[in-house]
Design a protein. Structure first.
Length: 163
């Protein structure tokens, strides 16, 4: 059996400019300047929040933006980390919480909180997430919304055992 070498993978090779998920993006002077001088134009802030190349520190700042559209873009950004997503999981807007529940970087603690969300849409995303803890999948397997309980059965992490 061969072992995976991230330096041989185009998304994991920093020398090719494709750092991907295997390395951390270094902050440039431009990133630092941007962090202290975010654009006033909402369209530009939305663009930054959507851009996967935006640094985690800038995304962190944008996650506190007054505009729910900007915060929603941050919640959908593939570079958003677990800390940012955990904060956004407390949003009032269902669409933002749903984006967090469906994000690949959402950690199990955040998913556990969202498994008890008042919105069936949010719970549906939690039910399909591969990082959802087994005890939360058990809870969602008996959800009042049939779409949520059905989705749990499709989750490969679900053991199917009743407790």
């Amino acid at each position: 059996m061969s072992t995976f070498d991230p330096t041989q993978h185009p998304r994991g090779n920093a020398s090719t400019g494709h750092a991907g998920q295997f390395t951390t993006k270094q902050q440039t002077n431009a990133d630092i300047a941007l962090l202290h001088n975010l654009p006033e134009d909402i369209g530009e802030r939305e663009r930054l929040a959507r851009d996967p190349e935006t640094s985690p520190n800038v995304l962190d700042e944008l996650s506190l933006d007054d505009s729910p559209k900007v915060r929603s873009q941050v919640a959908s950004n593939p570079s958003a980390d677990g800390r940012i997503l955990s904060r956004l999981a407390g949003e009032r807007k269902t669409s933002i919480r749903a984006a967090v529940a469906g994000h690949r970087n959402t950690n199990s603690d955040t998913l556990s909180r969202l498994a008890r969300d008042k919105s069936a849409l949010v719970r549906w995303f939690v039910a399909r997430h591969p990082n959802t803890p087994e005890e939360d999948l058990q809870l969602l397997s008996t959800d009042e919304d049939k779409k949520v309980s059905y989705e749990v059965r499709s989750n490969p992490s679900y053991s199917g055992e009743s407790r």
